[in-house]
Write a protein that binds this ligand. Structure first.
Ligand SMILES: Nc1ncnc2c1ncn2[C@@H]1O[C@H](COP(=O)(O)OP(=O)(O)OP(=O)(O)O)[C@@H](O)[C@H]1O
Length: 864
């Protein structure tokens, strides 16, 4: 409904002729709901009739049969508005743009000047006393109503009017305000009581009920403006006397039914079925290797299982029971599709794909070597690690005399490119007169052009195309026997590589092709897909999709032909955009459930993206002073928490007194021993003679530089540790890195300080503790870092040092159950204040160590 602007009547008598809108007696208020109308604000006339009782006030003017509604307006309001007109005008005109708060103040002061007489009327005083007596009984109701009122515009009117009745505006304080509000309200109520003899207590309740039932104004600009002004007018009017309430009767105004919440589950899936309903494997699902495959010839034979046992693989781990059967041939007629695997760190994903893959490749012809499988991993360390598992499997299958022994190569940039090329591809001459003629013709045609480009090789090239052309020209210059042409042959069946090096070989190694590849494995897939080093996917995937040599990817079982992709990670991405680049074919996702998943409903855990190893214990140590973080680290290293190896069976009995406060309660504070305490004195770092008793620790720092500095600082502060500490960063030469890992695995080294280089995939079977000295950069990074321990069903403990600014993210994201499934909550450990004070004794040594570190860095720069 719309309305139009009606100027205010100039004749005061018009107003008087208007019938009263509502009776002053509450019970007589007609229960008719007030129609909602849009109206315009009608400003009061600017004449100086401020003292006239008939000057019209701002009001809603209604049309279209709204006369009834107009009649229902309380007459009392109209009269009071008139009385207050001067105050309304003053505040309206002088401060139109002031905030509500300011308005409230100005209105309050204006009215206080004008209405002192009204406020101080002796009759009101009498009633105040009466109402105060009744207050206690109505109090509970009033409080409730007050809360409800505060949300509606009407309540603001009432609130303002209450304020304006304040006899002493300079007084402040919550308690006094409350009292005053009560008193003011009582004033209003008292007048009602005098007029209609309704018991005061009931009337207060009626009024509040009526107020709370008022319908919210319809949205609309004009109305909003109107409401504001009306509100203000109402405020001012209410300053004069008791709060004015628009009454609509006692019947509730019909309200629209609340919209019912839609709790139904959608009948359609937004995710593809394979992602929405993965194959879930429970943690306890280990089984003998011989259980896979419909018949022994399609699965793992008992002989192979025996050899696996001799290599330490007695039974298939849970994830292996889910993945291996999917990758083995079976009697299924359907084309077998790609497999994605999401399983905790250390759960045995590597064997889950190497075993069926190598079994398959060992079945192929003994006399031809083709590049059949590509395994792509992000780091050189992982390349070597996967190669060792592959070697194990190759050995197992090769023992069977009828099978061929697949050849494995690595491409990761640890050797020169040329060296890698020769280890991958063999050049040979084959008899092919037809091809020979074609080559001769082509070379003759090019020889004219070559006069211009002869010098190119010396001038160098700067684009890939030029480099490829240069390689081809070099190849063309090679002499062959008559009727023979140069042919290239793969020297390997399986290539384990980093993505960057793979791209280089595809582009620049003559004869390196993916035409025969039938397996593509992408380990640590989320990292490789997320970072897409050198756009490797764009280079590799198209080459796997085309069949330049017809039948090259054929398998004797037609449903196994083509390229099978196996994509794995402990933090597998569910991002379809990323997965799209892999061009998956009939994919299936296999998920290893966390230990808690069996107890909880599937829906609860489906939100949790990652699972931690079941036997991993986590703890977080608060670093109250970030400047002294290295001292906190040393204190932790010296504490019984670390010195007692994780999973030490004697731990609880040995240290009952010390560990009593640690428990599994994540909220419980427990003390880390200070270096000066009696207990720590009894447990210094083990001497080199007892090196095997020392725990093994992997400490993660945020960068290469921090890693090197921290390692040196630890050696300076704790010289006894120096022989047992080493570092691993991406700037460390590859051979040194390899030696460091080897020394750590053989137990010579006990502490490695590392960057995130070794956060993923690295298998350190003897690792007791992981310490996040610096906070990991993401939840996924945390999962991989802490997953270096507690692998293959072993126990392990992970520590995270957090400073105040890091606490929120750590506890809300990493340590919460939202994203990560874990069997135990993260334990909270805090160094007590007294023990922190003991750090003071160490500060001098710490500063000296820092100074020494600075000197050494300066000298190194000088030398460099
Ligand atoms: N069936 C098995 N029996 C005994 N040990 C096994 C078995 N399978 C794997 N392992 C061992 O478990 C350890 C972890 O395996 P692997 O490195 O494959 O884990 P992962 O799931 O790839 O971990 P990450 O996600 O950290 O790369 C290795 O030491 C491996 O030798």
């Amino acid at each position: 409904m719309y309305s139009r602007y009606i100027p205010p009547p100039k004749d005061d008598s018009n107003l008087l002729n208007t019938e009263p809108i509502v009776s002053s007696h509450l019970p007589q208020v007609p229960p008719k709901p007030q129609p909602t109308a849009y109206a315009r604000y009608v400003p009061p006339p600017k004449s100086s009739q401020s003292t006239s009782p008939h000057v019209p006030t701002p009001q809603h003017v209604r049309f279209d049969g709204d006369e009834d509604a107009i009649k229902e307006e309380p007459p009392a309001k109209r009269v009071k508005l008139v009385q207050n007109e001067a105050a309304v005008q003053t505040s309206e005109q002088e401060k139109p743009t002031k905030s509500k708060k300011k308005k409230r103040k100005s209105v309050q002061s204006d009215v206080l000047v004008d209405d002192t007489a009204a406020v101080s009327s002796s009759r009101d005083e009498e009633i105040k006393v009466q109402t105060e007596d009744q207050e206690d009984t109505a109090n509970g109701l009033e409080n409730t109503d007050m809360q409800q009122e505060s949300n509606s515009p009407t309540s603001q009117v009432a609130e303002l009017s209450l304020l304006t009745e304040e006899p002493k505006p300079e007084e402040s304080g919550k308690r006094r305000d409350k009292k005053k509000k009560k008193k003011t309200k009582d004033n209003g109520e008292s007048s009602g009581q005098v007029e209609d003899n309704t018991p005061l207590r009931h009337k207060a309740i009626f009024e509040k009920k009526a107020k709370s039932m008022q319908k919210a104004p319809e949205p609309g600009q004009e109305d909003i403006v109107m409401d504001d002004v009306a509100l203000k007018a109402g405020d001012d009017a209410s300053l004069q006397k008791a709060p004015e309430i628009e009454l609509h009767g006692l019947e509730p105004i019909p309200q629209p039914d609340p919209v019912a919440l839609d709790t139904s589950t959608p009948s359609y899936e937004t995710l593809p079925p394979w992602l929405a309903a993965p194959i879930r494997i429970s943690q306890g699902a280990s089984a003998p290797f011989t259980d896979f495959g419909l018949t022994p010839d399609l699965g793992i034979t008992p002989e192979i299982a025996e050899r696996l046992t001799s290599k330490g693989y007695k039974q298939a781990f849970a994830i292996q029971t889910g993945v291996i059967p999917l990758l083995l041939p079976n009697n299924c007629k359907k084309t077998q599709g790609d497999v994605l695997v999401s399983a905790a760190t250390g759960s045995g994903k590597t064997l889950a794909y190497t075993l069926p893959m190598i079994r398959d490749i060992s079945q192929s012809s003994r006399h031809t070597t083709r590049l059949r499988a590509l395994i792509v991993v992000p780091t050189r360390e992982l390349v070597r690690q996967v190669q060792q598992v592959c070697d194990d499997c190759v050995g197992i299958f090769a023992l069977d005399g009828a099978k061929r022994r697949p050849r494995i190569a690595m491409a990761m940039g640890s050797q020169s490119f040329e060296h890698e090329q020769t280890s991958l591809i063999e050049r040979e001459e084959t008899y092919d007169p037809q091809m020979y003629q074609q080559r001769v013709k082509r070379l003759a045609r090019l020889s004219g052009l070559d006069q211009d480009t002869d010098g190119d090789e010396d001038s160098g090239y700067n684009t890939e195309d030029e480099e490829r052309n240069a390689i081809r020209r070099r190849e063309d210059k090679l002499q062959t026997l008559p009727d023979h042409v140069i042919a290239y042959k793969s020297k390997v069946d399986i290539l384990i590589c980093t993505p960057g090096r793979l791209v280089e070989h595809i582009k620049f190694t003559p004869g390196f092709c993916l035409d025969f590849v039938r397996w593509l494995v992408v380990d640590e897939a989320d990292k490789l897909l997320g970072q897409n080093f050198q756009q490797w996917l764009d280079v590799v995937i198209p080459r796997l999709q085309i069949d330049e040599r017809i039948g090259a990817r054929n398998h004797k079982q037609s449903n196994l032909s083509g390229v099978r992709k196996v994509i794995l990670s402990a933090t597998m991405t569910r991002d379809l955009d990323q997965l799209e680049g892999l061009k998956l074919r009939r994919p299936r996702l296999v998920v290893l459930e966390g230990t808690k998943a069996q107890d909880q409903g599937k829906n609860d855990v489906s939100q949790q993206e990652h699972a931690l190893p079941g036997l991993l214990e986590e703890a977080a140590l608060k670093v109250s002073d970030a400047n002294l973080k290295p001292l906190f680290l040393i204190d932790l290293l010296r504490s019984h928490y670390v010195l007692d190896k994780a999973g030490d069976a004697n731990r609880n009995t040995l240290d009952d007194d010390e560990t009593s406060s640690s428990g599994s309660d994540s909220e419980m504070d427990s003390d880390v021993e200070s270096p000066g305490s009696k207990k720590s004195a009894a447990k210094p770092f083990k001497t080199p003679s007892k090196v095997q008793d020392m725990p093994t620790v992997l400490i993660f720092a945020k960068s290469n530089e921090t890693t090197l500095r921290l390692s040196r600082l630890l050696s300076l502060l704790e010289p006894t540790l120096e022989p047992f500490i080493n570092t691993l960063t991406s700037t460390t030469p590859y051979t040194t890195r390899r030696d460091t890992l080897r020394s750590f695995n053989t137990g010579k080294l006990r502490i490695i300080v590392a960057s995130d280089l070794v956060a993923r995939g690295i298998d350190l079977p003897s690792l007791d503790h992981v310490i996040n000295y610096d906070m990991p950069s993401s939840i996924a990074s945390y999962v991989h870092r802490v997953g270096r321990t507690a692998r293959a069903g072993n126990t392990g403990k992970a520590w995270t040092l957090f400073t105040n600014p890091e606490a929120r993210w750590f506890w809300n994201e990493v340590a919460s159950e939202k994203v990560i499934q874990r069997s135990k909550p993260v334990e909270r450990v805090r160094v007590t204040e007294e023990k922190e004070d003991a750090f003071d004794d160490k500060v001098a040594a710490y500063e000296a160590a820092l100074e020494k570190l600075g000197q050494e860095a300066g000298e190194a720069r000088h030398k460099g």
